[in-house]
Design a protein around this ligand. Structure first.
Ligand SMILES: [Zn+2]
Length: 409
């Protein structure tokens, strides 16, 4: 679990590091508060800490003992212009302090009148378009036996990643640097993917990935392949490779099998945990199964803070993935490539889970469909499709540049 939190912290922090020092998040004391529930002033009461932050930041919440206190570590908030005394309700607790803790980290310490437990921790984007976020932490009094403090303040920071170099994210990339595209041929190794007769999805995708990579390289993009031979690469590692290569976009390539008649034509998927598309659910199960067979557990996490962070980061990434899917649909339309009736869909494909890299999965076709099979073995069709992907990347990149400059204003 710790490594996931660590990865989250890395990936969420990258875009922030790309900005100037002055772009550190700040607290708006007028919109922040500490509220106690109930009227019994003699006893510890449930407390709600609300912090209005100029933009969302990664954070961690935990308790320390002797005296009992709530610690919130932020990466990173500039507290320099705000005194804790400016926060409405600061006097509800024995003590409230905040400030820079160590390079890249700020800390808030709230002394408590007794043992508490974290009830909820939610960071939500404000819907006013200004890019701000509200962090709401609710803590409730518990019996001493139920109090779960960390060993000490340093142990809580021991597993944090060292700051990565400041070269990633849209904000930091120089405009003359080529866009980096992670190309992920599905399956491989002991996981052949869909099999129809002697045709194996893993091999067909590796072949197409090579052709696509060539087209993209010629168009001036830098390609980061997640696998280059017939070897098994776990889904999680595919995302790690993309992140390690500081990819701007991840494209996962598949040509799966579904019962005859269930699906035909190219489709593009972006991450959607709640997708109720039946075919997509079936495919997602199929994709994750090979990882489970390899001994990896992708059944998720019990870390609600990490989940909340993931969701929050995706609020920004998701529209960018969807935008790419739309550019790809129009590029494919222009070159006459046959698509599924509803070519763009959400699906809970684990490989699309990166909260920080826009990601799409392209089912180039379904090996179970005769026409799709013929297309996949038609060099002309593959060339059109690869070129459409390249031109969609170009249009998407222009759109991204516009979004970035708008968000800077
Ligand atoms: Zn597949």
């Amino acid at each position: 679990m710790r490594w996931l939190a660590a990865i989250l912290l890395i990936c969420l922090a990258l875009p922030l590091w790309g900005q100037e020092q002055s772009a550190l998040a700040r607290i708006d004391p007028d919109r922040s508060s500490l509220i106690a529930e109930g009227k019994d002033r003699g006893k510890p009461r449930p407390l709600e800490l609300r912090l209005a932050i100029s933009h969302p930041v990664p954070y961690r919440v935990y308790f320390l003992d002797a005296p009992p206190r709530l610690i919130v570590d932020f990466r990173e908030i500039d507290f320099s212009s705000t005194e804790p005394a400016a926060l409405a309700g600061h006097d509800l607790v024995p003590g409230l302090r905040w400030g820079r803790f160590r390079p890249g980290w700020s800390r808030l310490v709230m002394e408590l009148s007794g043992p508490y437990a974290l009830a909820t921790a939610i960071q939500s984007l404000r819907q006013d378009g200004a890019g701000g976020a509200d962090l709401t932490l609710r803590i409730t009094p518990v019996e001493q036996a139920a109090f779960k403090p960390r060993g000490n303040a340093m142990s809580a920071l021991r597993d944090l990643p060292t700051p990565a170099r400041v070269a990633s994210g849209r904000t930091a990339r120089a405009t003359d640097q080529p866009l980096r595209i992670a190309i992920d041929p599905g399956h491989g190794g002991h996981d052949p993917g869909a099999e129809v007769g002697v045709i194996r999805e893993a091999a067909v995708m590796l072949g197409f990935a090579r052709e696509l990579s060539e087209v993209l390289t010629r168009a001036g993009y830098e390609v980061i392949p997640t696998r280059q031979d017939d070897s098994f690469v776990p889904l999680e590692q595919r995302m790690t490779v993309a992140r390690g290569g500081q990819a701007d976009l991840l494209i996962s390539l598949h040509a799966d099998a579904l019962p005859a008649g269930a699906a035909a034509g190219l489709s593009i998927y972006f991450w959607d945990q709640d997708s109720d598309d039946r075919a997509a659910r079936q495919l997602a199960l199929h994709h994750d199964r090979s990882d489970l067979v390899a001994g990896l557990d992708l059944t998720g996490t019990d870390d609600s803070v990490a989940d909340a962070l993931m969701d929050l980061a995706r609020q920004e990434t998701q529209p960018r993935s969807e935008a790419f899917a739309r550019f790809l649909v129009s590029a494919l339309n222009r070159s006459g490539v046959t698509m599924h009736r509803h070519p763009v869909k959400g699906a809970a494909f684990s490989v699309l889970k990166s909260p920080d890299i826009p990601s799409v999965l392209i089912e180039l076709g379904f090996l179970t469909d005769e026409n799709d099979r013929a297309n996949l073995f038609d060099p002309e069709w593959r060339r059109h499709t690869a070129q459409s992907i390249a031109s969609a990347i170009g249009e998407w990149a222009k759109d991204e540049a516009v979004r970035t400059s708008l968000s800077r204003q």
